[in-house]
Design a protein. Structure first.
Lengths: 408, 322
């Protein structure tokens, strides 16, 4: 997970750094007597720069740090846990002891000393009393999480917008932008962007059958309690294994505890859409001037015949050694093609004549049926005159025959 | 008067090597002129239906007609081993089957175009017939015989379709959305076993059906938008077409419950037009596209893409989903 922050003056981080600098002053014992803020604070480790502790980035000084994200309410206890380089479980806990807001965190690591410092944290608002920011726990030169005491404080009076109203979080679902389909069990990515300029909002991504987040019985939680990404585009993966087959609306709901926002994806996702049949072959007919395949009939050996009508030229078995191109004698002619069981063309033939009907139609075949002896019969329509079996012993010329049996 | 126009729509063969053809015609129609078996059908001032049986050598054995005033049209047929057969199609106004026979049956349309289905004995005499009526366009698109001799009828309809309206076996296929898959199963004796519709918010259509040796059947057609089949059943399957329309395959058990469904295709307007099955459970589909790259068996080792407009797609088997 990436937790991007900037260092531009005036930004959130700038304010936090300012708070950190002031923390040094209040931590040095100067200033008025702090008011005690009791209770419990909850710390959530969201990322770390200490590769041996929790995967994360290297800090600017080349050292490593475990970064602790702080979200809490008045009355909460500050605590966090992480695994240090020696494999031990380190814990951080603390209580607020005074100042405008002053925290003292004690890092407990049996057998080790952990050096920790506060880089900054955010504002506290009256009523809700939230704090967000992060702690940096530095490793010693030996790469261990030798710690000690974490102290932090913030000057409530210095918070430029502490008295102002809460700025609500925002969230936008970017993908799927169009309807999509996924076979159950196949991971499906959902891309979103969220932000909360003055808090750390928590975002939950849902798949919802009726599109109403208020009705929970038809929901599947894709990901829950995700800290906002400060406007970064992020992707979560929906594990669709075991998900009931249905179309779902993808929803994102984000909240900072008092204000919330939501969005729905542009496309619905249908789960368990299908299991494809066991494909054996795809054969095609190239007929640039037009072709209509009207019927197919099978033989016991797995071969089959296809019939219909075509105009101009039609190539059956394209790309095969036995590809056959038929050319119509007139406007539209009849075709009959036999294929092997594996979809390769066996042969293709034409019938018909040069005439065109008053309704603009030519010659075509509507249906084909097969006999056990391997022959077949087709039926259809022709205009004026038609020739069947040209060049064969049973060549037939007709003016009004409606059907003709072909020996396949 | 000669034949003004005629179309042969359906063809089936029998075990003892005869063939059968069903056709609509307009005017007067003479079969086997100048031959001993010469037969002339009465004048039809609108389109009527004729059906004929030919011996293996092409000799006409008999020819019969069906229909009344207004237009009639056959669309599909299927044959039994005993030489009897089932026809389906559409009519407008009214239609009549088995004219002059003891069980002559007539139907009147309710609104526009209606469907009919009829079984005939090997000599062409009527066995039983039904009409399916409803608002808008209603057609019997395709028939397939199941292993027990029952008949699956694929229906195209713009709304509800009612069979045996006002009769003791009145049954309605409800229409609950956009285009839906609709089908009816009749026992071999004509008893209506069930009539079903299936589909979700999208537009699904099943144009042709074919049966498998295990008594199940496969319908093919097209789907657009977000489709759902087997709604409310264990095998409910949903899919989203790539754009305009895709090939749709729907496999149902003899009980009419969905076993499996699948769409294939691409961004163009694609559809499955015909299907034929093999005894080993494989099947072949005729498809059509107005362009774009179609993908078949997407996500599998057999995934295949093509830009062709005229498709012949073979499948080894229908998957068993659950």
């Amino acid at each position: 997970m990436t937790h991007e922050k900037t260092t531009s003056p005036g930004t959130r981080l700038g304010r936090l750094i300012g708070a950190a600098l002031r923390a040094a002053a209040c931590g040095g014992g100067s200033g008025s007597a702090p008011a005690t803020i009791g209770g419990t604070w909850l710390f959530h480790v969201v990322e770390s720069s200490c590769p041996d502790v929790i995967p994360g980035m290297l800090d600017e000084n080349g050292g490593t740090a475990a970064q602790v994200f702080v979200v809490g309410q008045a009355g909460s206890q500050v605590s966090a846990q992480f695994v240090d380089g020696g494999g031990g479980l380190c814990s951080i806990s603390g209580t607020y002891t005074g100042g405008q807001l002053r925290g003292r965190l004690t890092v407990e690591a049996p057998g080790r000393t952990i050096v920790a410092s506060v880089e900054g944290f955010g504002r506290i608002r009256s009523g809700r009393r939230q704090v967000d920011g992060w702690l940096r726990v530095e490793q010693d030169s030996a790469g261990r999480c030798d710690g000690g005491v974490i102290e932090f404080c913030a000057d409530l009076d210095a918070e430029p917008d502490a008295p102002a109203g809460n700025v609500g979080p925002t969230v936008a679902l970017l993908e799927p932008a169009a309807d999509a389909c996924v076979v159950a069990g196949v991971p499906f990515p959902v891309t979103y962007r969220d932000d909360d300029p003055d808090d750390v909002a928590r975002t939950t991504i849902l798949a919802d059958r009726d599109g109403d987040p208020a009705t929970t019985a038809d929901q599947v939680v894709i990901a829950a309690d995700l800290p906002d990404g400060n406007g970064a585009t992020r992707t979560v993966t929906w594990d669709t294994a075991g998900v009931t087959a249905a179309p779902y609306t993808i929803l994102a709901v984000t909240t900072d505890g008092s204000l919330s926002a939501s969005d729905s994806a542009g496309g619905r996702v249908t789960v368990a859409c299908q299991v494809p049949a066991d494909l054996a072959f795809v054969a095609t007919v190239d007929a640039p001037d037009g072709l209509n395949m009207s019927s197919v009939a099978t033989f016991e050996d797995g071969s089959f015949v296809v019939t219909g009508g075509f105009e101009g030229s039609a190539t059956f078995g394209s790309g095969e050694a036995g590809a056959t191109t038929l050319v119509s004698e007139g406007f539209e002619d009849i075709f009959l093609a036999r294929y092997h069981a594996d979809g390769r063309l066996a042969w293709a033939r034409r019938a018909g004549g040069p005439d065109q009907g008053f309704d603009g139609e030519g010659d075509y075949s509507d249906d084909v049926a097969t006999f056990p002896d391997g022959s077949c019969v087709i039926t259809g329509r022709f205009q004026g005159t038609a020739n069947f079996g040209r060049g064969e012993a049973k060549e037939t010329f007709r003016r009004s025959v409606l059907s003709s049996r072909w020996v396949c | 008067m000669g034949v003004l126009t005629d179309d042969c729509f359906s063809l089936t063969t029998f075990a003892y090597v005869t063939c059968f053809s069903s056709v609509r015609y307009f005017g007067t129609l003479t079969f086997a002129p100048g031959l001993p078996e010469e037969t002339t059908l009465p004048f039809a001032d609108h389109f009527d239906v004729w059906f004929a049986r030919y011996a293996a050598d092409g000799t006409l054995q008999w020819v019969r007609r069906a229909g009344a005033r207004d237009r009639d049209r056959p669309l599909d047929s299927a044959s039994y081993p005993d030489g009897s057969f089932v026809l389906t199609g559409m009519f407008e106004g009214s239609t009549r089957f088995g004219e002059g026979e003891p069980n002559e049956t007539s139907f009147d349309a309710v609104d526009g175009r209606e469907l009919w289905i009829a079984r005939f004995h090997a000599d062409g005499a009527l066995d039983w017939a039904y009409a399916g009526v409803g608002p808008g366009r209603t057609e019997g698109r395709s028939v397939a015989l199941l292993i027990d001799g029952s008949v699956i009828l694929a229906v195209r309809a713009d709304g509800d379709v009612t069979f045996d309206e006002g009769g003791p076996n009145e049954t309605t296929i409800p229409d609950t959305g956009n285009g839906q898959v609709k089908f009816v199963r009749f026992a071999a004796d004509g008893t209506l076993l069930y009539a079903k519709s299936d589909g979700g918010p999208g537009n699904e259509g099943m144009g042709t059906v074919a049966s498998f040796a295990d008594g199940s059947f496969l319908g093919v057609g097209s789907t657009s938008g977000t489709g759902v089949l087997g709604v409310g059943t264990p095998n409910e399957t949903s899919f989203v077409s790539d754009a305009e329309g895709d090939l749709l395959y729907a496999h149902y058990g003899a009980d009419g419950n969905l076993r499996w469904a699948c769409r294939e295709g691409g961004p163009g307007d694609d559809s499955a037009r015909r299907v034929a099955t093999f005894p080993d459970g494989s099947f072949v589909v005729l498809g059509r596209s107005d362009g774009g790259t179609k993908t078949f068996a997407k996500g599998t080792a057999d995934e295949t893409q093509t830009d062709a407009r005229h498709l012949i797609v073979g499948y080894a088997r229908v998957p068993i989903v659950r």
